[in-house]
Design a protein around this ligand. Sequence first.
Ligand code: FAD
Length: 295
Amino acid sequence: MYIKQLFKEKEVVFSFEIFPPKPTSPIEVIYDTLEGLEDLNPDYISVTYGAGGSVNDNRTCQLSSLVKNKYGIEALAHLTCIGSTKKETTRILENLKANGIKNVLALRGDIPEENSSVGEFSNSQELIKHIKQTKDFGIAVACYPEGHIESRNIDKDIEILKLKEDAGADYLISQLFFDNNYFYNFLNKVEQKSINLPIQAGIMPITNRKQIERIVSLCGVTLPSKFIKIIDKYEHDKDALRDAGIAYALEQIVDLVSTGVKGIHLYTMNSPYIAKSITNCIGSILNSINKKQIV
Ligand code: FAD
């Protein structure tokens, strides 16, 4: 199915994000993760593409196909375009189509190191247009409640979002954030610009200090003081930090869902423990909200 349909059927769409195993590991190492996520009944699972500097290989397609065809869960394949030619991108889309994948997260990707080829695309709108011309896919795009790190100008970013909507995007998934107020301010600005796409809030339960430092350097999100307190207090106790991170994320999610967000996208970091802890706590809340809509 096209994921955009879910936003018509449900009050809150709940999804997970996973990443493929390293190219040097067999694809089967992901089975434990998928088996742990399967019972949690997410609306769909998204699969990252070449993120974190790994080589762009066929893993996203392979894993999306497993999610959809072996586990019976709708899949969203991430696809970046920077450094790629139209021909290469078309080949990837054809491969996804041949594997029954109907939904793509259309991304520019991070600007490559000097001297590498920039390719035939300069931004995500060009990729959206290319997908629209080439194949029939549902299209998600990224948005940034605190502004994209290259611009840090939220108003300009929202103008770009309007271009993504006009190019044919169906819905938005946000960059992670740790202070819901940024997300609410962002929603207000998006509404003022008459952007009508549903937006899923990206939530990442934090599990260690290194991970958080890397994220801040990559995407420049703000760390609220109560969040820093948690890291400082528990950084040397792995389990305590993980559970405090889950509790923090849960508080964010309950607030977001109670305020009426259209969806939650959980960055699981391939951890069924994290996904399970969150889902077990909010499952009844989501059921109650989604049931109300059916009634
Ligand atoms: P764009 O929408 O093209 O925007 C990039 C920058 O260019 C912004 O500053 C924007 O304001 C500016 N811009 C865009 N269009 C124009 C224009 N017409 N005129 C002027 N300025 C313009 N990366 C990966 O490598 N793999 C992944 O799997 C992955 N998954 C992600 C999932 C989510 C939910 C999110 C939020 C990000 C993900 N990323 C991933 C990171 C993403 O690739 C980077 O943030 C990248 O730097 C920007 O991608 P984009 O699609 O938002 O780019």
